[in-house]
Design a binder for this molecule. Structure first.
Ligand code: NIG
Ligand code: FE
Length: 425
């Protein structure tokens, strides 16, 4: 007897499942779980079967039946680290960087993150939402079906809450699932120049409690989507002790930590991530070997952001092969932001990671799907094509998954399905 389902996709050259019982490491990371001549059946937004076309055609009839005709099907991409809500741009700084100024010099001179803070403080909520919407639609066209978005360009209570409000408005209308992260400790605002501990005090005593209160009444709380708490632990920004205070204060109001660690200089941020049970530690360009070993032995996901090194014109990338060999569960993300990574495309990030960090195309694909979902606490719900999971999937115009990281600057995504529904992108 055939079962009727909402959607049946058949005749894929491959269904690339990225299936795994948990975050992928080592040999599992190198395996994308491809099913040749595959098919997938979807009902009520969830995957009910994945397998060979011949088998699924005998078991199911789809209300919508699609012959994928030699293209591949893979999970929707998960961008687990972005700073997507901001106003303005930093194109002038881009030119100054090309002429030799460094990212840290621009920040120390009151530019960088602080320049985006000024533009973002001056923007209305409606303007921020409109800007964010445009960016999310561009990401959807590129195959991204879930996006983490950080605050961090308000740097005072009202400014940070305005960004959280913009993220919530975006989540209500966006084609993607959105996960918010609170990043009040992103840079020292001018009001606290020379007094970083004073700002940290404000973050811990006022801003984090306000964010936690906002979260409980927001649509995220209702959807069971988490709010994370992040800090930029870096020389010239916040040190180990200040970062620890911020992340502990977040834990006290129920927010699990994330951390920007070891982007330029190691201050112990990776160790801190492990000590506090952070869901992820991100950047990890300058992590010392002993902290690599610590993180690899923990549940914390190592999020690598090679689009940053690429955009900054650096030849120094996080040592992805060493992270993999140490046994870490690595994810890749864009870090989309106007300063260090004006980059919306996860396939481009995969392409960079393969070329400059020597990841294999399979490792890179697992790193933007299942492992990225685990980096934002959604690994049990989405990120792979497995029975019971949300049917977030892409039809990709390629004969096998390696093409995703191979072709540069094209968009191979032919169709995007979110929870089993085709997106008009
Ligand atoms: O992840 N490193 C800190 N924050 C961002 C950059 C934000 C910006 O430059 O506006 C990052 O690289
Ligand atoms: Fe970042």
């Amino acid at each position: 007897m055939t079962e009727i389902v909402d959607l049946l996709l058949v005749n894929a050259a491959q269904v690339v499942t990225c299936a795994g019982p948990g975050p992928k490491r080592g040999a599992a990371l190198a395996d994308v779980g491809a099913i040749e001549h595959g098919a997938i059946a979807v009902a009520d937004g969830r995957i009910v079967a994945v397998g060979p076309t011949a088998e699924l055609q005998s078991r199911f009839r789809g209300r919508v039946h699609l012959d994928v005709a030699g293209k591949i099907i893979c999970p929707g991409f998960v961008d687990c680290h972005t700073h997507l809500v901001f106003a303005g741009d930093r194109v002038d700084e881009f030119e100054r960087k090309l002429a030799g100024a460094s990212y840290q010099e621009l920040l120390a001179a009151g530019g960088g993150i602080l320049s985006t803070m000024r533009a973002t403080r001056a923007a209305s909520l409606e303007e921020l939402v409109a800007l964010g919407q445009r960016r999310l639609h561009a990401m959807a066209r590129l195959g991204t079906t879930t996006v983490e978005i950080k605050s961090g360009y308000g740097l005072n209570t009202d400014g940070e809450l305005k960004i959280l409000a913009a993220i919530e408005r975006l989540a209500a209308a966006a084609p993607q699932d959105i996960v918010p992260t609170f990043l009040a400790a992103h840079a020292l605002p001018p009001e606290f120049a020379g007094d970083p501990d004073g700002y940290i005090e404000l973050v811990c005593e006022e801003m984090l409690p306000a964010a936690a209160t906002w979260y409980h009444d927001s649509l995220f709380g209702g959807l069971g989507l988490p709010l994370f708490n992040d800090v930029f632990c870096e020389q010239g920004v916040f040190d180990y002790a200040q970062s620890r205070r911020v992340l502990e204060a977040g834990l006290n109001v129920g927010l699990r930590p994330k951390i920007h660690a070891d982007e330029f200089v190691s201050l112990g941020g990776t160790r801190l991530a492990v000590e506090l049970g952070a869901i992820s530690a991100d950047h990890l360009d300058a992590t010392p070997p002993e902290e690599m070993t610590m993180l690899a032995a923990s549940q914390t996901i190592a999020v690598l952001l090679p689009g940053v090194n690429f955009h900054l014109g650096s030849r120094h990338f996080a040592q992805a092969r060493r992270w993999v060999e140490a046994g870490a569960a690595i994810a890749l993300a864009t870090d989309f932001n106007p300063g260090s990574a004006p980059i919306l495309s996860l396939p481009l990030v995969m392409a960079i990671a393969c070329r400059y960090q020597r990841l294999t195309p399979a490792e890179a694909l697992n790193a933007v799907t299942l492992n990225a979902a685990h980096a934002i606490g959604l690994g049990d719900r989405l990120g792979s094509l497995e029975v019971g999971k949300q049917a977030d999937l892409l039809i990709v115009d390629a004969p096998d998954y390696r093409h995703l990281a191979y072709w540069l600057g094209d968009n191979l995504v032919a169709a995007v399905f979110k929870a089993g529904k085709p997106l008009e992108v």
